[in-house]
Design a protein around this ligand. Structure first.
Ligand SMILES: Nc1ncnc2c1ncn2[C@@H]1O[C@H](COP(=O)(O)OP(=O)(O)O)[C@@H](O)[C@H]1O
Ligand SMILES: [Mg+2]
Length: 384
C-alpha cells in the first residue's frame, strides 16, 4: 500500500531512484527488464544492483520474475515513489500527509505545498495517484503466467495516460468551471487544490434547489466549452457553503464523441435522480438537458455567467476573484511549459539527480515513529 511507500520512501536514495527509473524506462522495450539493462542504465556493478533490487522487491516497489527469463517490473508503489520524488524536487509539494480517500481507480493523499513566491503560509493540497489497470501484487504474477510472452504489461501507461488526460482537461476548464485548481502532474499523479466542503453523497443540504441549479450551471459551462464530464454523480461533486466543485475528470468526452448525447443525458440524469430521491425535487430530464445545451447567452468571456451566487445561509456574494485566478493560471502555465516532462525526458530529469539525496525530503508530516524507522533503516542504505 501507499502508506508503506511513504515509509520506504525515506529509505530510498539517489541510486534507488535511478534503478526505479531504469526499470520504468526499460519497460518501454521489455516486459521484464533484465538486470543487464539496469547495469547499463545505472552503471552500478551487478553485485550492488542485486543487493538493492532485493530490497526494492522486499519493499514491494518492484516485482521480479524468473519466467521466461529473469527481469523486473516497477509496481505501482515504485511508480508512486518516482512521482513523489519529482514533485518534491520541483517543489510542487514539500511534505506528504495521510491517505484521505480511495476511489475506484485512484488513491488520494494530502500533501503540503509552499505558497507561490513564498508569500503566505504553506497549505494542504491533494495528490491523486491514478490506479487504472490496478492488479494486486500476487495478481501480477498470475496474470504474467497467463500472458506468457505475448502481451506487454501496460498498467503504467494506462495510469499515466489517465493522469495526463485528467490534468490537461482540468487546466483547460479551470477556472471557468468550478473545479479544484490543478497544480502539477507527473507520471500517474496529479497535485491539485483540496475541494471545498464535502461530497454531495455525504451531505444533507439545507437548500437543495440552489445546489441543483448550481451543479447544472457548471454542467452547462462545461458543455459550452465543448466538454462533458461523463462520470458525473453525487460521488464526484463537492458542496460547500457557497459553491459546488466537480472532480474526477479522466473519462471526460468532447462534443464530437459519437455518444456525446447519451453521455450528457446520463450525467444529467444521475444528478436529477439524486435530487429526486434524496430531496424529492422533480425536474424533467429532457427540459433540463435542453437548458444545459441552450445558448449560453449570459456567459461572459471567461465562461462564468454574470450572476450572483447565494450562500447556504442566505447571504449574497458577487464573484470577484476571477481576474486574480486567471493571472495565477497564466503564471502556472508558463512554469509548466518550461518544465514539461515528456516520457523521454524522464531519463534526463532523473540522471541530473546525481547530487540529489533522499535526506533532502521534508519529513515534517511523518510521525516520529515513522521517522525513527526511516532513520534506522537508513543505515542499511549507507552500508553499500
Ligand atoms: N481535490 C480533492 N479534494 C478533496 N478530496 C478529493 C479530491 N479529489 C479526490 N478526492 C477524494 O478522493 C476520492 C476519489 O477521487 P476521484 O477523483 O473521484 O477518483 P476515482 O476515479 O478513483 O473515483 C473522492 O471521492 C474524494 O473523496
Ligand atoms: Mg470518483
Amino acid at each position: 500500500m501507499i502508506d508503506d511507500v511513504l515509509k520506504v520512501f525515506k529509505k530510498l536514495d539517489a541510486k534507488d531512484f535511478r534503478i526505479l527509473t531504469g526499470i520504468e524506462t526499460g519497460m518501454k522495450h521489455f516486459e521484464w527488464v533484465p538486470i543487464e539493462e539496469l547495469n547499463k542504465y545505472t552503471k552500478l556493478p551487478f553485485e550492488k544492483l542485486e543487493y538493492r533490487l532485493k530490497r526494492l522487491v522486499r519493499d514491494k516497489l518492484v516485482v521480479r520474475s524468473t519466467q521466461p527469463y529473469e527481469g523486473f517490473q516497477i509496481y505501482f508503489e515504485g511508480y508512486d515513489a518516482l512521482a513523489l520524488n519529482a514533485f518534491v524536487k520541483r517543489k510542487s509539494i514539500s511534505a506528504i500527509g495521510d491517505e484521505v480517500g480511495v476511489g475506484k481507480e485512484s488513491v488520494i493523499f494530502e500533501a503540503i505545498r509552499q505558497p507561490e513566491l513564498a508569500i503566505g503560509e504553506p497549505y494542504p493540497v491533494i495528490i491523486k495517484f491514478h490506479r487504472e489497470g490496478r492488479t494486486s501484487f500476487k495478481q501480477i504474477k498470475r496474470v504474467r503466467e497467463h500472458l506468457g510472452d505475448r502481451e506487454h504489461f501496460s498498467w503504467v501507461y494506462a495510469a499515466r495516460l489517465a493522469a495526463q488526460r485528467e490534468y490537461e482537461i482540468m487546466t483547460r476548464l479551470y477556472p471557468q468551471v468550478s473545479i479544484p485548481k490543478p497544480l502539477d502532474q507527473n507520471r500517474h499523479a496529479i497535485v491539485m487544490e483540496i475541494a471545498k466542503g464535502s461530497l454531495l453523497s455525504k451531505t444533507k443540504l439545507l437548500d437543495p434547489e440552489w445546489y441543483l441549479d448550481e451543479i447544472l450551471r457548471q454542467v452547462k459551462i462545461t458543455y459550452s466549452l465543448g466538454v462533458i464530464h461523463a462520470d458525473l454523480s453525487e460521488y464526484n461533486i463537492f458542496v460547500s457553503e457557497d459553491s459546488v466543485q466537480l472532480i474526477d475528470w479522466p473519462q471526460y468526452v468532447t462534443l464530437d464523441h459519437p455518444h456525446a448525447e447519451e453521455i450528457l443525458e446520463r450525467d444529467v440524469s444521475n444528478i436529477l435522480t439524486h435530487f429526486s430521491r434524496k430531496y424529492d425535487i422533480k425536474r424533467e430530464l429532457e427540459e433540463t438537458i435542453r437548458e444545459v445545451k441552450s445558448e449560453t447567452g449570459k456567459i461572459t468571456e471567461d465562461g462564468r455567467e454574470d450572476i450572483e451566487i447565494k450562500s447556504n445561509y442566505g447571504t449574497v456574494e458577487k464573484l470577484d476573484d476571477e481576474e486574480e485566478s486567471f493571472e495565477e493560471q497564466t503564471f502556472e502555465e508558463e512554469e509548466l511549459e518550461a518544465e514539461e516532462f515528456e516520457a523521454e525526458e524522464f531519463e534526463a530529469e532523473e540522471f541530473e539527480a546525481e547530487e540529489f539525496e533522499a535526506e533532502e525530503f521534508e519529513t515534517e508530516n511523518l510521525n516520529s515513529e515513522d521517522l525513527k524507522k526511516a532513520t534506522s533503516k537508513k543505515e542499511i542504505t549507507d552500508k553499500d
